[in-house]
Ligand binder design. Structure first.
Ligand code: PRE
Length: 353
């Protein structure tokens, strides 16, 4: 081969490279547009079926001298960089609830009390609202301790449909009455978007239970209200799924979301659920939202509530939730795991000292 010949061939290669570069850039712009569309639809970036279809079509058309093996190799590399680019673009944008989008902690104003401002928040009360007397006794006890919140379930998501299902709006009215008398704020679970409007006058923080963490129509509805939401982690939800559930609420217009780690399902039977203590610092690092720990549902046992509450605060939880009942043995739900008022007095004293 003369050197003149080599130069000519290389010149032709340079021309083709220029065309390839233009085509690759045109392709990359389309890959970016597809990535944005996938973000909107919540689809995964990597789509092996689509990649397989592309390769099959190209193999049918391939006239050589490029072998099928070389063709596949080249396109697999193209797909790899395409997926990487789509993922990078999507992460850069970040979720609304992500630290990447907002560096400072979200502090939530609940009727003048600030949650997430560095001072721990305590939310105590019975599993279920059962009577006026019960709520009166608990509210009085809480206010004597200088506490600011009361919790109680009026809409109960029970495993068995034959178990007590809660007093509904009547229950919320009872709790709200006791709360007003003692200057407390009400935290209570809503299970159905249809109950939101009726419940709002009686509730200061809407709790979404573990079983509804991925009830997307309910999450969307919460985006349209102007009350804070305490979102509990689903029974088997990953941290990523939990954060995305919070994003649903924020994305639909309500930025006042708090997260609550309440234990996850594992093979361990010594506790009702396994408290994922590492979720607390991870959620604090990855999101700017306040993080609570429900020490009652995560453990399901009263004898370790104190060390668990201390551990939660030590790893950065903004708040603690626990169940307290004037007469736990007669409680209509979760009788074994609620503290009596006497047990609660001791627990709280030790926690604060
Ligand atoms: O078609 C898509 O869904 C794309 O994102 C484009 C593309 C490609 O480069 O052709 C990139 C990544 C997917 O794994 C499949 C195909």
């Amino acid at each position: 081969m003369t050197s003149e010949n080599l130069t000519q061939l290389r010149n032709r290669i340079d021309e083709i490279n220029d065309q390839l570069l233009d085509l690759l850039n045109e392709r990359t712009a389309l890959v970016e547009a597809i990535g944005r569309e996938k973000d909107k639809q919540g689809l995964k970036k990597y789509d092996p079926i689509r990649e397989q279809q592309i390769i099959e079509k190209l193999r049918e058309k391939n006239q050589g001298p490029l072998t099928d093996e070389m063709l596949i190799h080249v396109f697999k590399e193209i797909f790899k960089v395409s997926v990487k680019l789509q993922e990078e673009k999507s992460h850069k944008k970040g979720l609304l609830v992500s630290r990447k989008n907002k560096l400072e902690d979200t502090v939530i104003d609940v009727q003048g009390d600030m949650i997430g401002d560095g001072e721990p928040t305590f939310v105590f009360g019975p599993c279920s609202v059962e009577s006026k007397e019960q709520m009166e006794r608990v509210a009085k006890n809480l206010s004597e301790k200088g506490l600011k919140y009361i919790r109680g379930g009026a809409f109960k998501p029970r495993t068995s449909p034959y178990d007590f299902q809660g007093l509904g709006i009547e229950g919320l009215k009872m709790m709200s009455e006791a709360a007003k008398k003692y200057g407390l704020r009400v935290v209570s679970e809503i299970m159905d978007a249809g109950d939101l409007e009726a419940a709002l006058p009686y509730v200061d923080v809407i709790q979404i239970g573990a079983r509804n963490m991925q009830n997307f129509s309910l999450l969307k509805a919460l985006g349209h209200i102007n009350k804070p939401v305490l979102l509990k982690r689903g029974l088997s939800a990953t941290i990523e799924e939990f954060v995305n559930a919070a994003e649903y609420i924020a994305m639909h217009g309500n930025p006042n979301v708090m997260l609550c780690e309440r234990g996850i399902r594992t093979y361990e039977k010594a506790t009702r659920n396994t408290l994922d203590i590492s979720a607390v610092p991870i959620l604090k690092r990855e999101t700017h939202l306040p993080v609570f720990v429900d020490i009652t549902h995560s453990t399901g046992r009263k004898d370790i509530l104190l060390p668990i509450a201390k551990a939660a605060l030590a790893v950065g939880a903004d708040g603690i939730m626990a169940e307290v009942h004037p007469n736990p043995m007669l409680a209509l739900s979760d009788a074994n795991q609620q503290m009596s008022l006497e047990e609660f007095d001791l627990f709280y004293k030790k926690l604060r000292n």
